[in-house]
Design a protein around this ligand. Structure first.
Ligand code: FES
Ligand SMILES: [Fe+2]
Length: 403
């Protein structure tokens, strides 16, 4: 172990090698582990802060908090979206409060009124203070690496991660038929769940639980049928086939929208679900895409934003009503959150022992716990799934989507 984490190498070994075991209890309970994850997993990788459409006009801005780090995202007068650390160059006051929003040509620090441009340059300070500063250009806001992915704002807070195209290499090629960047958000739900963020991801990676907790979903999805998918870069998940005659995930299996045009047959027969980077869960249906964005708040509390994106052709339908998808997944989400909160309490029990994972149903859970166990063990979260897995795993996980 190269870290001070409260987990021993023998405890992590079954997860590190992908042989399949839940993580030790402290991984889900200990504030020190979450602090470590904030630094090494979230700040060290690319995370999604939200949607670029939040920033419609030049000067629009918003502050985000991820662990101990605050980020200010601003659309410049040149139309470019930029990220800065939310820390004034005078004495560090936040330029916007956490989750605060603003707009306008200048950003004024609420403490002593230093003023910045939306491009992050220091424009001026109060007159009584001007003599103290010889060169305004030495006090610009400190930039954060920011890139857009299909209309989503992605940041790398440490500045140490590879470029996003490298971090997610292979993903755009896989998802190109869905044209996610051209889809429009129709609805968004926010949930605060009393569980560790990892339990939500683990739950997402398997449908082993579907027949027992998702009666509605099990009507339309053949929970036994699907394949595992993993990327060269940091994305992995799988597919779940629809039952015969089902067009999409909805209560009755019918679609109230329009199939995404040009979609290959292989994507019409089920759902493709992927963990993308650290905090995005992307679920592609033939007629819509659902995205979950996770933000860990405490070891046993996680914020989740879930939003649904549809093609323009659906909006053009007379009386288009996306509730067939939104309501179906809201029911399913809540069933999942109830289960995850139960697991959180169970993991906190003295009787918790990390159990073995299914080699058939829980392949994605194995990959996820493997990724984290390797991060905990080496101090670095792997950025390439292809490098993280063993040759044996690679052979058994042959990429199934015609690659
Ligand atoms: S801390 Fe911002 S102006 Fe003083
Ligand atoms: Fe579920």
């Amino acid at each position: 172990m190269t870290t001070q984490l409260p987990m021993t190498a023998p405890e992590l070994a079954p997860s590190t090698t992908g042989s399949g075991q839940m993580l030790p209890a402290v991984a889900y309970l200990d504030p020190d582990v979450l602090a470590w994850e904030y630094e090494h997993v979230f700040a060290g990788g690319w995370i999604c802060l939200g949607r670029a459409s939040t920033f419609a006009n030049p000067g629009d801005r918003r502050a985000y908090q991820v662990g101990t780090e605050g980020i200010l995202v601003v659309r410049g007068t040149d139309g470019v979206l930029r990220g800065f650390y939310n820390s004034c160059r005078h004495r560090g006051h936040e330029l916007l409060p956490v989750d605060g929003e603003g707009t306008g040509k200048l950003i004024r620090c609420p403490y002593h009124a230093w003023v910045y441009t939306p491009e992050g340059d220091l424009r001026g300070v109060p007159p009584t203070h001007e003599g103290d500063i010889t060169d305004l250009s030495q006090h610009a806001l400190v930039p954060v690496a920011l890139e857009l992915w299909n209309g989503l704002v992605m940041v790398n807070m440490s500045g140490d991660a590879p470029p996003l195209s490298e971090y997610l290499v292979g993903l755009d090629e896989l998802l190109r038929p869905f044209g996610i960047g051209d889809l429009k958000v129709v609805d968004s739900h926010s949930y605060t769940i009393e569980t560790n963020w990892k339990l939500i991801v683990e739950n997402y990676h398997e449908c082993f639980h579907c027949p027992t907790i998702h009666p509605e979903l099990t009507v339309v999805s053949d929970t036994e049928a699907g394949v595992s998918v993993f990327g060269e870069g940091l994305f992995f998940g799988g597919t779940n086939d629809f039952r015969p005659g089902v067009a999409t995930m909805s209560i009755d299996g019918s679609s109230g929208g329009v199939e995404i045009s040009g979609l290959p047959d292989k994507f019409k027969q089920g759902i493709l679900y992927l963990q993308v980077g650290t905090n995005l869960l992307v679920s592609c249906h033939p007629d819509y895409v659902m995205i979950h964005r996770l933000v860990p708040l405490t070891p046993d509390r996680t914020f989740v934003e879930c939003f649904w994106l549809f093609p323009q052709q659906a909006f053009d339908l007379p009386g288009f009503d996306p509730s067939y998808a939104v309501d179906f997944w809201d029911i399913t989400n809540r069933q999942d959150w109830t289960a995850c909160e139960s697991v959180q309490r169970g993991v906190a029990s003295r009787g918790y022992r990390p159990g073995p994972l299914s080699s058939y149903h829980e392949v994605g859970v194995r990959l996820f716990t493997q990724w984290l166990a390797q991060a905990y063990s080496t101090g670095v979260a792997p950025t390439r799934v292809a490098d993280m897995i063993t040759a044996e795993q690679r052979a058994s996980l042959a990429f199934p989507i015609d690659r």
